[in-house]
Design a protein around this ligand. Structure first.
Ligand code: ATP
Length: 379
């Protein structure tokens, strides 16, 4: 049976007039890997600090194991935090760094030894126990910091962008490693990141946040396949967002007249909110659309000029520019020949169930991941 370790009960945090966290309300289960994901300034670190006790909520409660701890100081909460800057004691060995917590609680030395070695086993650093932090790589230091935070088996481990200081390859390897460690110790991990790939790789569930508000909570595949809002659609992976208006609906499909002129049919899914006249966006994930050199007979497709074709190893990335300047991204299998070349008139088509309808219009139509300045500003 699901048991909640952490409950955030209508939690808000204001700094003066500024609402950094706005009515956040969710629970994290025992043994769950839970990510809070969102762009810089969305309130994820503030939420994490309220769980840890480093910030006091303006309103709402933090409940740990069924007990309201909102007024309990950090050191009395049975959670531990690992920050991006995992400061290890430089003069102490790996063993002594991990042993620091249990020793300061006056644990018997034989028990300290057993639990430290057990944890070094989990993070695969037994052979490194006598070394000093300066004799370790960045990834190894990060694993010492994890061992140090986990050695007392807290009810939850809170991680604030712990991989941000590592370079890409190591970060990717550490994502797999972190997930393995979490599975092995069975402790709930609450992980804060602005990196959607990181959140998708490791999490059981993700809370996507924007401007202090939780936009959606779901499994990685739920939020990728069925985003609740335009923000989530654009923030998780890349999406082609095409604004339009619903012109008819037959219970199964919606017919949408797109701003760019074409009319497309999209499966309605579970959503009953769309009626004739609704302003909607059709989301097409780049890997769900196909380029062709001919206009499809059923009229379902979008026509433009192929402006870019980039080989990326397993996939190829195509950019199609429509007559009104909107850009679409299409990702194809690089092992197959692409039927079009840059400069060619090109259409993209898709199976009926590949389109997905969202309420509202985006600020900018087309692919969400082509504007460098916008993306940089968001992160
Ligand atoms: P980042 O990834 O950049 O850390 P974040 O999503 O973790 O972003 P928070 O650190 O939670 O964001 O901050 C949320 C908002 O609250 C930001 O606009 C930030 O400037 C503001 N904020 C955070 N701490 C304080 C503070 N002590 N005083 C005033 N404003 C603050």
């Amino acid at each position: 049976m699901r048991k909640d370790v952490i409950e955030l009960d209508h939690l808000s945090k204001c700094y003066g007039d500024y609402v950094a966290v706005n009515d956040v309300n969710f629970a994290i289960a025992s043994g769950e890997f839970f990510a809070m994901l969102g762009p810089s300034g969305c309130g994820k670190t503030t939420t994490l600090k309220m769980i840890a006790g480093f910030e006091q909520p303006t309103s709402g409660r933090v409940v740990l194991d069924g007990v309201d701890v909102s007024a309990v100081p950090p050191y009395k909460r049975n959670v531990n935090t690992v920050f991006q800057q995992y400061v290890l004691f430089p003069h102490m060995s790996v063993f002594d760094n991990v042993a620091f917590g249990p020793r300061s609680r006056k644990t018997k030395e034989s028990d300290v030894r057993r639990s430290v070695m057990e944890m070094l086993e989990v993070v695969r650093l037994v052979d490194f126990a006598p070394r000093k932090p300066s004799q370790l790589s960045g990834g190894q230091q990060q694993r010492v910091a994890l061992a140090r935070a986990l050695v007392n088996y807290p009810r939850a481990l809170l991680l604030d962008e712990p991989l941000a200081a590592l370079d890409l390859k190591l970060r990717e390897a550490m994502q797999i490693e972190l997930k393995r460690i979490q599975r092995e110790v069975g402790i709930s991990f609450v992980f804060v990141t602005h990196d959607q790939g990181e959140a998708l790789t490791m999490s059981d569930r993700i809370a996507v946040m924007s401007q202090g508000v939780v936009e959606q909570i779901g499994t990685p595949s739920e939020i990728y396949r069925s985003p609740a809002t335009l923000f989530v659609a654009g923030f998780i992976g890349s999406a082609n967002l095409l604004p339009g208006v619903v012109t008819s609906t037959d219970g199964v499909d919606l017919v949408v007249k797109l701003e760019i002129g074409s009319t497309v049919k999209v499966a309605k899914g579970d959503n009953d909110n769309f009626v004739v006249g609704s302003k909607v966006s059709v989301m097409l994930r780049p890997e769900r659309i196909r380029p062709t050199s001919s206009i499809p007979a059923n009229g379902e497709g979008i026509e433009g000029i192929l402006t870019d074709l980039v080989f990326q190893g397993p996939t190829a990335r195509l950019i199609l520019r429509l007559a009104n300047g909107t850009e679409l991204i299409c990702i194809t299998d690089a092992w197959r020949d692409t039927p079009v070349q840059p400069g060619d008139r090109t259409s993209v088509t898709w199976e009926r169930d590949c389109g997905y309808v969202l309420a509202g219009w985006p600020d900018r139509a087309g692919a969400t991941t082509t504007n460098v300045d916008q993306i940089e500003a968001a992160l």
